[in-house]
Design a protein around this ligand. Structure first.
Ligand SMILES: Cc1cc2nc3c(=O)[nH]c(=O)nc-3n(C[C@H](O)[C@H](O)[C@H](O)COP(=O)(O)OP(=O)(O)OC[C@H]3O[C@@H](n4cnc5c(N)ncnc54)[C@H](O)[C@@H]3O)c2cc1C
Length: 588
């Protein structure tokens, strides 16, 4: 990027807004707030700028970044009882652009109902109707230039390659589920199977091949890089924020004023005259609130941190999408070699590639009515307290299992075994990944000590609730059955994973497989949830001048991959902040 702030200038500056975390949401806010040349915006990012980095830019570079501490926070959960005591790896992008720089680039919007359900706790202003324009504002839909509203910063396109097996796979999936290919799955209803969009930019021509080659389109390239020349925007990378300090005035709520951070071995503090905006992601934003003394007094006491503002819900409601997969060998490896327009795609795609097939199904398409009732009754019998917010959420999510319009699982086609960390991928296999869309299981992410470099204790409670296991097991059994579809005759050989001894028609074997093999899909949300930790303008309750804008404010999980929603909510948050700023100025 080359235009990052000079450290001395940054440290000597006074900012109106300080953004903590220059990731997905942080980059959007930095770009939007600095459009007003009269405000000064500072961004502090713990990772490095990786703009122009080959691993980030290449759609095939993911395996070089995952678990690599230069790019990935590489956090771990506590042992998860729901997955037979296994510890799960949780990735998170540590760079400008954050997790949008390390993710699988799958672009998918949630169903309209999912966003509408956010309003259940009395949250105003976050319906599908209100958020939908912001999806369009963030996205540039390359495959459909007729949509003039979709001209945003993040480029998306359908893969310009065709995997020979995928049209038959889409037919097999839709036939088995009794669904049809949705005609416009990005506008509120995406049940059924279809070719998925990726956050890819085809605007670059390779020097070597003179062909247009795809590069990752992400928050740093789409939002930050084009505006780094602005005089009122400064970005300091490799700066790790350790807390926010508050000032108290009589009769007023405490106000967030200073951001304390480590930079090149020294601790510094910097003043925000208007607001501090936490954009550190679902696992770091609650941690920073707690390090600042804002949280559950018991949690803070145990960690030895004096409580400044009691906010018991900080760090709770951590929800993750669980994922399990089934892989079959193919009769011919060519079935997953792309018929792409460029030899570049064809060559690269043999080692790894973004996902190009996805779809959603309700539980009603996976299980008979009596089985669904059994799943729900089982879960209800465990509910003793009927009046807590958690119970109301659980009851709501259980009711959705009977709704034929509500997705319970997402399936993603992946043209090989899921061995992303491997250097020698299996070229002759195809996987269906099955992801639980609306997990009832949830947990927490809490500070363990006042040391800002000690990682939080992360317990997402993966598969701890039996309906999540039932749903995922039914999804995996469905996926297994699809490989035997008449649409795929002559193309599929034996099952590669799990081994042939597992019988998915036996629900107990399917459930045990899921407990034994499911992983977290890196879609953490909910730890600073709207309505609980922040209000519907995303301001931290009980503190002035402090907001959270990132995936942590999403109160309930959405069906599908979340990055589109993080872009949209950050776009909307920018409008809210600018609107408040204008209102403040007009009253002066
Ligand atoms: C491996 C992986 C694959 C994924 N695949 C997909 C996908 O295909 N499609 C999809 O839609 N979603 C996907 N996701 C999820 C999606 O990318 C995230 O939900 C989204 O990017 C989160 O945005 P955010 O702004 O909340 O956090 P982030 O983008 O993670 O930003 C947080 C930023 O804060 C910085 N930070 C943290 N702590 C501090 C601190 N103390 N001081 C300063 N800076 C700090 C971080 O370094 C980071 O840059 C994936 C995620 C991962 C990790």
């Amino acid at each position: 990027m080359g235009e990052n702030a000079e450290p001395a200038r940054f440290l000597a500056s006074r900012f109106d807004y300080i953004i903590v975390g220059g990731g997905t949401a942080g980059s959007v806010l930095a770009a939007r707030l600095s459009e007003d040349a009269t405000v000064k915006v500072g961004v502090l990012e713990a990772g490095k700028s990786r703009v122009g980095d080959a691993h980030v830019d290449s759609p095939w570079g993911i395996s070089q970044m995952l678990s690599n501490p230069e790019y990935d926070w590489a956090l771990e959960t506590t042992p998860q009882a729901g997955t037979n005591g296994r510890v799960h790896h949780l990735s998170g992008g540590k760079m400008l652009g954050g997790s949008s720089g390390i993710n699988f680039m799958s672009y998918c919007r949630p169903s309209a109902a999912d966003i509408d359900h956010w309003g259940r706790g009395g949250i105003q202003g976050w319906t599908w109707g209100e958020l939908a324009p912001y999806y369009s504002k963030a996205q540039c839909l390359e495959h459909d230039v007729s949509r003039r509203d979709d001209l945003g910063s993040i480029k998306t396109c359908l893969p310009k390659w065709d995997l020979p097996i995928e049209p038959a796979m889409i037919d097999a999936l839709n036939t088995a589920a009794g669904t049809v290919m949705p005609s416009d799955p990005w506008y509120g209803n995406h049940l059924g199977f279809y070719k998925s969009l990726s956050t890819l930019d085809y605007g670059t021509t390779s020097e070597a091949t003179k062909q247009r080659c795809p590069t990752r389109s992400y928050a740093a390239s789409g939002y930050l890089a084009p505006v780094m020349h602005r005089k009122n925007l400064q970005v300091l990378d490799e700066a790790t924020v350790c807390r926010v300090s508050l000032v108290t005035e009589p009769t007023k709520a405490p106000r967030a004023r200073w951001v304390h951070f480590w930079y090149r071995g020294s601790c510094h503090r910097i003043l925000a005259t208007r607001e501090i905006i936490l954009c550190a992601g679902s696992l770091h934003s609650p941690h920073l609130l707690e390090l600042s003394g804002i949280g559950d007094p018991d949690v803070l006491h145990t960690a030895g941190i004096p409580c400044q503002v009691a906010l018991p819900d900080v760090g709770n409601n951590l929800r993750e999408h669980p994922m399990a997969s089934v892989t079959y060998h193919l009769q011919t490896p060519e079935d997953i070699l792309p018929r792409g327009p460029t030899s570049h795609d064809r060559k690269q795609n043999t080692t790894a590639c973004p996902f190009s097939l996805t779809g959603f199904l309700p539980y009603t398409a996976l299980a008979p009515a009596d089985k669904i009732e059994h799943t729900i009754a089982n879960a209800r019998s465990g509910i003793t307290d009927t009046d807590t917010a958690t119970t109301r959420t659980t009851t709501h999510l259980l009711a959705r299992l009977q709704d034929p319009e509500s997705a319970a699982v997402q399936l993603i086609g992946y043209p090989r075994g899921l061995n992303l960390g491997s250097q020698s991928p299996d070229r002759g296999s195809y996987s269906l990944l099955v992801i639980g869309s609306h997990p009832i299981s949830h947990g927490s992410c809490h500070v363990q000590s006042g040391d800002p470099f000690a990682m939080p204790r992360i317990d997402p409670g993966i598969l701890q609730e039996s309906p999540d296991v039932d749903v995922l097991a039914a999804g995996v059994a469905f996926a297994d059955q699809v490989f035997h579809s008449k649409h795929l005759v002559g193309r599929i050989a034996e099952r590669a994973h799990p081994g042939p001894s597992i019988d998915f028609t036996d629900p107990n074997q399917a459930k045990e497989f899921v407990r034994q093999s499911a992983v977290a899909f890196n879609h953490s949300i909910g730890t600073c949830a709207m309505g609980y930790v922040v209000d519907d303008r995303l301001q931290v309750k009980g503190v002035a001048g402090l907001r959270v804008v990132d995936a942590s404010v999403i109160p309930l999980h959405i069906d599908g991959n979340p990055v589109s929603t993080v872009y949209a909510l950050a776009e909307r948050a920018s409008d809210l902040i600018r609107e408040e700023s204008r209102r403040r100025l007009s009253t002066l």
